[in-house]
Write a protein that binds this ligand. Structure first.
Ligand code: FES
Length: 510
């Protein structure tokens, strides 16, 4: 038996638990549209909604369920305050770049506010301030510079040392007029509006092939095809690698724990710090006299380290600092960071005329996704916004500016690709694997990823990621196989939980 204690809280996100499931049909026959959007998360549905508003015929293809992937597991802060970003942007992209970033992200916050109001969506939308803080006195000058840069970029920002957190901070940047919401309640309403306008949504429809042309042609796992003038790939990590996006994106995973807190003791604002391996705090309305405190942190590369230990550390931190009741939920969020820290939204690669991508939101996918929707819909309808160049993915193909970061990322990939195959930390036989855990085992010269369930039954699949061949590693706290190279995730029977991998890990006999 697995003798390790259960982790605290239900293993589900609050957003998934408190909004209904969806059942749009899979694509059963060939079809056509003006635009196909691949992926029904924040970026995909925002894009589809904007395009249907502009009168385009849109088909949305989702491999799983609407707003049930990364978007269903976010922390759902809706803000233009993305930790320490504006001072860096002002240095790397100039004052205009920082200003465009602030303007586009704040416009996204206001867009969600306006759409929620216009459609009367009950999505717990609340105005709030966003504070980035540190407890390290030596960082004060960094935060003063960030406050000045954010203010200069046009945000209502300032440097403060007082917060309503229950512990002292050394320095903080406060940005007012931000927001938080319930992402699934918002997006399910958007999805209904998309179909009411004539758009079509197909769930459980994984796209496995894309040929760009006039028109573009997509093929699905079920053998059906869709032809469209334009295609938007909004699958979190781009599922087709022709743009070599994998060389420009780093996957990152964070854990979340949530517990009820008396409303009178709940922090009023949203907080984030890079201290302690990252900590983020917000609350959501719960019931009479209580709010749900949502704490995020323990940032890591998927497939590395002990996720269980990280959950316990994060949960202990929440209970140490806030007067919360027992932990109610725990879940994990995943996102990608572009090598220069700015999302990639625009043409898929330098030669693309009809295929677009939205990715690399670096943990800020709510405002980033809404921004991508506005940007791509405007571009496709011939009214490119002034900040299109800032996010244009082609910027990373023509410069060497971020060459050092790229090299480091690829060195990391190479280390996992080669190093993990040679490492002997994997077990020698299935018998060594305790029930409830998993390990990589060599069987007849082949690496197998073997999970033993609580009954002792072995579930064996290939340990080689179907994306580009790195070795997967077991995440015991989430009972999943994870690839450290680009963040693909697989279930214990090999099914794809998260791309860029498109094909399951094939079964193995052990
Ligand atoms: Fe790229 Fe696994 S996700 S090799």
């Amino acid at each position: 038996m697995n003798t390790r204690d259960a982790l605290p809280g239900m293993a589900e996100s609050y957003w998934m638990d408190t909004a209904p499931g969806t059942t749009w049909p899979a694509l059963g026959t060939d079809t056509t549209a003006d635009v196909v959007v691949i992926g029904a998360g924040m970026a995909g549905l925002s894009t589809a909604w904007e395009l249907t508003a502009a009168g385009r015929s849109v088909v949305v293809l989702e491999a799983d369920r609407v707003a049930a992937g990364v978007t269903g597991y976010t922390t759902a802060k809706l803000t233009a305050a993305h930790s320490l970003v504006y001072d860096r942007l002002r240095r790397t992209r100039g004052r205009d770049g920082a200003r465009q970033y602030a303007r586009s992200q704040q416009a996204a916050v206001e867009r969600v506010a306006a759409v929620a109001a216009e459609l009367g969506i009950d999505c717990d939308f609340e105005r709030s301030s966003a504070l980035t803080f540190t407890t390290d006195r030596k960082e004060r000058a960094t935060f003063e510079a960030e406050a000045e840069a954010a203010s200069e970029a046009g945000l209502d920002a300032g440097f403060v040392t007082e917060t309503d957190l229950p512990f002292a901070v050394a320095a903080a940047v406060r940005v007012d007029h931000q927001a938080q919401f319930h992402p699934r309640k918002y997006l399910l309403a958007l999805a209904r509006q998309i179909t009411a306008r004539g758009g079509v949504i197909h769930e459980r429809t994984r796209v496995t092939g894309l040929t760009e042309g006039s028109p573009c042609r997509l093929t699905t796992e079920r053998g059906t095809t869709v032809t469209a003038q334009e295609v938007v790939v909004a699958t979190h990590y781009p599922v087709f690698d022709r743009g070599l996006h994998f060389a420009r994106l780093s996957p990152n995973r964070e854990l979340v724990v949530a517990a009820p807190v008396p409303a009178s003791e709940a922090p009023e604002h949203m907080y984030i710090t890079d201290d302690m391996g990252k900590r983020s705090v917000r609350t959501a309305p719960l019931d009479e006299g209580r709010r749900l405190l949502i704490v995020t942190g323990e940032s890591f590369t998927p497939g590395t380290g002990d996720t269980r230990e990280r959950y316990l550390r994060l949960d202990a931190w929440m209970h140490e600092h806030f007067p919360v009741a027992a932990t109610a939920y725990r879940w994990a969020a995943q996102d990608n960071q572009a090598s220069d820290g700015v999302p990639l939204v625009g043409p898929y690669h330098p030669g693309s005329r009809h295929v677009y991508v939205a990715t690399g939101f670096g943990g800020w996918g709510m405002s980033g996704g809404a921004m991508a929707g506005q940007l791509l819909a405007s571009t496709l309808t011939g009214e490119e916004p002034e900040w299109a160049g800032l996010y244009d993915p082609r910027r990373l193909w023509s410069t060497v500016r971020e060459g050092a970061t790229l090299l480091k990322q690829q060195a990391d990939v190479a280390r996992h690709f080669v190093g993990d195959r040679l490492k002997t930390t994997h077990v020698d036989s299935v018998a060594e694997i305790a029930p409830g855990s998993g390990a990589v085992v060599r069987v007849e010269g082949r690496r197998c990823a073997v999970y033993r369930d609580e009954d002792g039954t072995a579930h064996a699949v290939s340990a080689r990621c179907t994306h580009l061949g790195c070795l997967v590693a077991f995440n015991e706290a989430e009972t999943a196989w994870e690839c450290p190279c680009h963040g693909s995730r697989f279930g214990i029977d090999g099914e794809v939980l998260h791309g860029p991998a498109l094909r399951p890990l094939p079964p193995r006999e052990v």
